[in-house]
Ligand binder design. Structure first.
Ligand SMILES: Cc1cc2nc3c(=O)[nH]c(=O)nc-3n(C[C@H](O)[C@H](O)[C@H](O)COP(=O)(O)O)c2cc1C
Length: 235
């Protein structure tokens, strides 16, 4: 049974779509359950009230209308008081993630990114040509460029002249549509060596305004895996 913890002794059962507090099922109407399911699926990001409304449209109990999402949310708050549902301007609701016992890691935030074993890059799409504003040690170790080489440039320089790759079209489209993408591209180390790079690019939004703020890139060197596979399947 896959469970998501919503608060102390409070769980969402992904399979039955029940909420249990101390193992007791909390009785909820179908539309309140569906509303909660939608908020959970947003993983902490705010949802528009009309998206919630569309999601619960199929429910049989029909104890709502387009204006009553607010009523459903307040019912939800009453039935499960540990839920932290933030109401943002413009009819947006976010179920804040329950982070049990998480200490304040703010002070170590950049140490954590710096010491991660996969490359991490953050770009700023609100600047001309979406330049890198942060990169970590693993990125430097993988591609051989120094942090100074990288900052202020769009990461496409990693492709050298090898820009005729269909995967780059996919990346272009995902960036334009502001959605996540994971793909493998041919990149080149500063010394010219070919690197197969499995890169995941994700848009990062301001939770309140939903404005696009950054792109996060996670780079994983999968060259060894590619070499192994091509030895096994030479064609
Ligand atoms: C956060 C982020 C990380 C990226 N990391 C890489 C990378 O590691 N390797 C790469 O070839 N392209 C990477 N790209 C993609 C290029 O920056 C660019 O979007 C791609 O080459 C397609 O666009 P273009 O036609 O403008 O070059 C990344 C993009 C973003 C936003």
């Amino acid at each position: 049974m896959q469970k998501i913890k919503l608060g102390p002794s409070t769980y969402w059962d992904c399979y039955t779509q029940n909420v249990r507090i101390n193992d007791e099922i909390v009785p909820l109407t179908a539309s309140i359950t569906s509303c909660l399911e939608y908020l959970i699926s947003c993983r902490g990001r705010p949802a528009q009230n009309y998206d919630i409304f569309n999601h619960i449209w199929e429910c049989d109990d029909k104890d709502f209308n387009s204006k009553s999402v607010r009523t459903l949310i307040s019912e939800l708050r009453k039935k499960i008081p540990v839920l932290k549902i933030t109401n943002y301007y413009g009819g947006l609701y976010a179920l804040e993630k329950y982070r049990e016992g998480l200490p304040d890691i703010g002070e170590y935030f950049f140490d954590i990114l710096d010491q991660a074993k996969h490359g991490i890059t953050i770009t700023d799409p609100n600047q001309e040509d979406n330049p890198v504003i942060y990169t970590n040690e693993a990125f430097v170790n993988t591609f051989g460029y120094s942090i100074e080489d990288v900052l202020g440039k769009n990461p496409r320089y990693l492709q050298n002249q090898d820009t005729n790759q269909p995967e780059l079209d996919d990346i272009r489209k995902a960036i334009e549509a502001k959605i996540d993408i994971t793909t493998v591209v041919r990149n080149y180390h500063k010394d010219g060596r070919l690197i197969y790079n499995e890169v995941t690019i994700s848009p990062i939004f301001d939770k309140k305004t939903l404005e696009l703020k950054y792109y996060l890139g996670v780079q994983r060197d999968v060259t060894k895996l590619y070499e192994l596979l091509s030895k096994q399947n030479p064609n």
